[in-house]
Design a binder for this molecule. Structure first.
Ligand code: AMP
Ligand code: MG
Length: 346
């Protein structure tokens, strides 16, 4: 299949409107379009079409038991696809449109191939002009997992999308770099309790401001035990991982620098470093991810840095172990997976 590549800078120009209309037709006809969102790029298809969902799994080589997220135009649209509760609207008022995905019991209209056989469905209302225009023009919810091959880091630019998806989808819309750079926060609603299944830019603390009871699923911070079934099927896979081994360093800044200075002498190292460290580490391939305390910058740069680091032919990639607070929890969750839980105390 030939993949059409379209760049959109301003979605309100006549050319962009016609490109979005073309993309919407592809979706309505059962095809696949990669769209930019504020989190990461999404691989979209008609979320009410069982065959389109199957094509998404095939294009990504995604295991069939890992369900898809339905992207909707406005929060109220969730009522068409799931049984919503008052807590959903509390969340919608606080965080939608935005990087929050909510899981609720599904209605019959949603095919089981979208939910991987589950009785629940995940919905999200993105905060991105192009994604929103496309969902509106398509007139259907867009099922869209991250637009990477299964197991690879989620793409945050259209160039990375093309590395994985060229020839596997009908169209790729280039809308520039993803603003956030990490996938959405995922929560499940059960009665009046929220369970955090995947942390993202909507933080645990922010969720606690809206709901009194917020639990954190085991799989967010820990390796699953053998045969343990996670609430979010995606959490059982080694995710976002480069092919070069990644090791996370847990220790005081000074100790990390001492350790790296020694390592650089004997190994070809790629280092995801803070900007402040750039001048202190010589002889390694450095991938600065922003200032030490700027977690939003780290989130924005993480997947790009992992993909770039992987192309350098290094023996090993080192990175700091992020804190587990605020946005750090989302970084921690992604990085322990990318590192297959390899943490070195220094
Ligand atoms: P991705 O869109 O690639 O970020 O992946 C979507 C994530 O949402 C996966 O980790 C899924 O496990 C999770 N997810 C989607 N639907 C459900 C559901 N009904 N129940 C639990 N997790 C879900
Ligand atoms: Mg994904």
């Amino acid at each position: 299949m030939t993949t059409e590549f379209v760049k959109i800078t301003d979605p309100s120009t006549p050319q962009s409107i016609s490109a979005i209309d073309k993309a919407a037709k592809i979706i309505k006809n059962g095809g696949l379009v990669v769209m930019p969102t504020e989190t990461v790029y999404g691989l979209g298809g008609n979320g009410l079409d069982a065959l389109a969902a199957k094509k998404i799994y095939a294009a990504k080589d995604r295991p069939a038991d890992n369900p898809l997220i339905l992207h909707i135009e406005v929060p109220e649209d969730a009522e068409k696809y799931c049984h919503v509760s008052p807590l959903y609207y509390d969340l919608a008022r606080a965080f939608m449109p935005g990087p929050l995905t909510v899981i609720m019991p599904k209605k019959d209209i949603v095919p089981f191939s979208v939910t991987a056989g589950l009785e629940t469905v995940a919905v999200r209302c993105p905060d991105h002009k192009i994604a929103n225009a496309l969902i509106k023009a398509a007139g259907v919810p867009i099922a869209a997992p991250s637009a990477n091959l299964s197991g690879k880091p989620s793409p945050t630019t259209a160039e990375y999308v093309m590395e994985d998806m060229n020839g596997r989808v009908d169209m790729v819309i280039d809308g520039g770099e993803s603003e956030i750079g990490l996938e959405s926060t995922i929560v499940m609603i059960k009665n009046d309790t929220l369970t955090l299944l995947r942390p993202g830019a909507v933080t645990y603390d922010a969720l606690c401001m809206v709901c009194e009871k917020v639990e954190i699923a085991n799989s967010v911070l820990e390796m699953l035990k053998e045969n343990e079934k996670p609430l979010s099927p995606g959490m059982k896979y080694k995710h976002y991982a480069p092919s070069t081994p990644l090791v996370l360093l847990d220790g005081e800044e000074e100790n990390v620098l001492d350790f790296l200075t020694c390592e650089i002498k004997t190994k070809k190292c790629a280092i995801l470093c803070y900007e402040e460290e750039s001048d202190l580490l010589h002889g390694a391939e450095l991938l600065p991810i922003g200032k030490k305390d700027d977690l939003s910058a780290h989130a924005h740069m993480l997947f790009t840095s992992l993909r770039d680091a992987d192309k350098l032919g290094c023996d090993i990639i080192y990175a700091h172990l992020p804190p587990k607070t605020g946005l750090g929890l989302a970084l921690y969750n992604r990085m322990i997976r990318a590192a297959a839980h390899t943490i070195k105390k220094v």
